[in-house]
Design a protein around this ligand. Structure first.
Ligand code: FAD
Length: 528
């Protein structure tokens, strides 16, 4: 009898909890969505605001396929003024401020371009390739391009090449937007010499979280300029960037060399990036590196001929883990006859495994657009739109050997689940501008390490657990890594990430987005 009574009261309590949860869900989301819907439809941008489920669902996924957050509406602007109208309304007039997120290609991993119950601004609707890029020249800057924030880097490349020029700093993959990569940093094998993409910007047009449309540069609104670069979308929406250009080369000598010894690998990589003057003939144009294992062989074999692949696989079997240095030297008609000699001199004292150096000669565009080939292959195999539990880190040079032992040997090899590319290459700290929001380790040289996992829909958590183990290993062993494309959940973690920059970051947020409307998907100021 007493037991029955106890059971009944337990059921009652559970029922009450469930009812209150349901009520709180209804009270939180419905009024916001309704109110948004009606107020937004009274604006002059009503006809480009889309609330149909096809639009909102499309804006609720990203490349990671791990997070899903449904917005209340999607704005498809036809000009920056449409975005100004939306942000100014949210800032000035709305009794219920709603969040707004610029969405480039949504190549984020953890929902960074999403706006739960807010408005996603589909930047791609701002313009196509023909309208987006203008190549100009001045005495002070030489060639430069004015580029829409929504532009894909591939379109910037195609347009600038018509004028015989091209940006000097790239990402590996070119189907990313200018605004999306400038909000992070934009890194690749050119970074050691030319700095990240954020170091190659002269000026920007930005719509701040107060709805102001401002032009900024190191001389004009400098606080906004430096905050926005690497600012994770927190301070404004970039609608135009003025990008540095250089003479475009025609072709590329593209070389890969294999190492079984990690120390030889890092000594050689660091020596190669030590020649990094922009006008230095003996400098390479591109230096990257990666891990070669049986388990991730799908991601690295395509570079090699069929006969070389067999030799390579035997070497991988022998050592379990190989390290690959990948370099490129660009050339044109002027340097065509000297490039081979120059490359020979640069590479002559390296300690790679003898007989394991492979060279290709490819067109400049094909080199820059190399990941597209892999993308199309994966799409054909149905392996592109799958979860991507990625982890990208910057590791100080002084601890990279410990990282190799603790992470590559003791976690990656032992777990044996790693798929996709694992990148590892060094960069020079002095090519980054400390006034910008991007965060890097406090050493002259640091490595980027990228675990670019692809997983199934059922097992991405396994990779996520490995990522957490890597981070825990670093924390427990005092390896002061910084996440690139960071993903944190608590304010404490963000404070640690930004370190001495946290205060400035907060102050800039208070100045340029005081109602914390922008890019809530980063979960910096909108975390739970
Ligand atoms: P989104 O995912 O749409 O947005 C990212 C963030 O930027 C969001 O917070 C969003 O609100 C904000 N944002 C977007 N547009 C704007 C804007 N105009 N103004 C202000 N904020 C904005 N990164 C590298 O550095 N180097 C690489 O080599 C590289 N390779 C990649 C390869 C692949 C296959 C993928 C999927 C990603 C790669 N990335 C690389 C990461 C990529 O640079 C970032 O994910 C970048 O944010 C993607 O750009 P996006 O246009 O898709 O941005």
């Amino acid at each position: 009898m007493a037991q029955n009574h106890l059971m009944a009261s337990r059921c009652m309590i559970i029922l009450l909890i469930m009812m209150s949860l349901l009520l709180s869900m209804v009270c939180q989301s419905k009024p916001l969505t309704d109110s948004l819907y009606h107020k937004l439809l009274s604006l002059p941008i009503a006809d480009i605001l889309h609330v149909d489920s096809e639009s909102t669902h499309a804006a609720s996924v990203d490349f990671g396929l791990i997070v899903r957050e449904i917005p209340a509406a999607v704005l498809r602007p036809s000009c920056p003024k449409d975005i100004v109208t939306l942000v100014a309304f949210a800032y000035n007039e709305s009794s219920l401020p709603f969040t707004i997120s610029a969405r480039g290609c949504s190549h984020s991993i953890q929902g960074q371009a999403m706006a739960p119950d807010g408005v996603v601004v589909d930047m791609m609707s701002l313009g196509n390739k023909r309208r987006g890029t203008t190549v100009l020249w001045s005495w002070s800057l030489g060639h430069y391009a004015d580029v829409g924030g929504q532009q894909l880097w591939i379109d910037v490349l195609e347009e600038t090449l018509k004028h015989g020029v091209a940006p000097v700093s790239w990402t590996d993959y070119l189907y990313l937007t200018v605004g999306g990569t400038l909000s992070n940093a934009g890194i690749s094998g050119e970074t050691f010499r030319y700095g990240p993409q954020i170091s190659n910007v002269y000026e920007m047009d930005v719509i701040t979280g107060t709805g102001d449309f401002l032009t900024c540069s190191p001389d004009k609104n400098p606080e906004l300029f430096y905050s926005v670069l690497g600012g994770l979308g927190q301070f404004g929406i970039i609608t135009r960037a003025r990008i540095a250009l250089g003479q475009a080369p025609k072709r590329v000598k593209w070389v890969r060399m294999l190492y079984s010894d990690f120390s030889d690998f890092t000594i050689d990589q660091e020596s190669l990036i030590s020649h990094h003057g922009r006008d230095q003939d003996e400098a390479l144009d591109y230096v990257e590196g990666s891990l070669l294992m049986h388990r991730n062989s799908d991601s690295w074999t395509s570079f090699f001929s069929l006969s070389d692949r067999q030799r390579l696989m035997s070497l991988v079997t022998e050592h379990e883990l190989l390290y690959c240095i990948e370099v490129a030297k660009f050339y044109d008609g002027r340097t065509q006859t000297t490039v081979d000699k120059a490359l020979e001199i640069i590479l002559k004292d390296l300690s790679h495994v003898p007989e394991f150096m492979f060279e290709k000669d490819v067109a400049y565009v094909d080199f820059l657009n190399r990941v597209r080939v892999e993308e199309l292959k994966l799409r054909r195999q149905g392996l592109w739109n799958v979860p991507h539990p990625w982890l990208n880190l910057f590791v100080p040079k002084s601890r990279i050997a410990d990282f190799n032992t603790g992470v590559f040997n003791n976690i990656v090899l032992k777990k044996n689940i790693t798929t996709g590319l694992v990148l590892i290459y060094p960069m020079n700290n002095d090519k980054w501008d400390d006034r910008m929001s991007a965060v890097i380790p406090d050493e002259d040289v640091f490595y980027t390490v990228g675990f670019l996992h692809s997983s199934g829909f059922e097992d991405w958590q396994e990779f996520d657990l490995q990522n957490k183990e890597v981070l825990l290993f670093c924390e427990n062993n005092g390896i002061k890594v910084k996440q690139y494309l960071p993903n944190y959940n608590t304010e404490r973690e963000w404070m640690e990430h930004f370190g001495s920059k946290w205060r400035t970051f907060q102050e800039s947020k208070a100045q340029f987005d005081p109602k914390m409307l922008l890019s809530p998907g980063q979960r910096i100021f909108n975390h739970n």
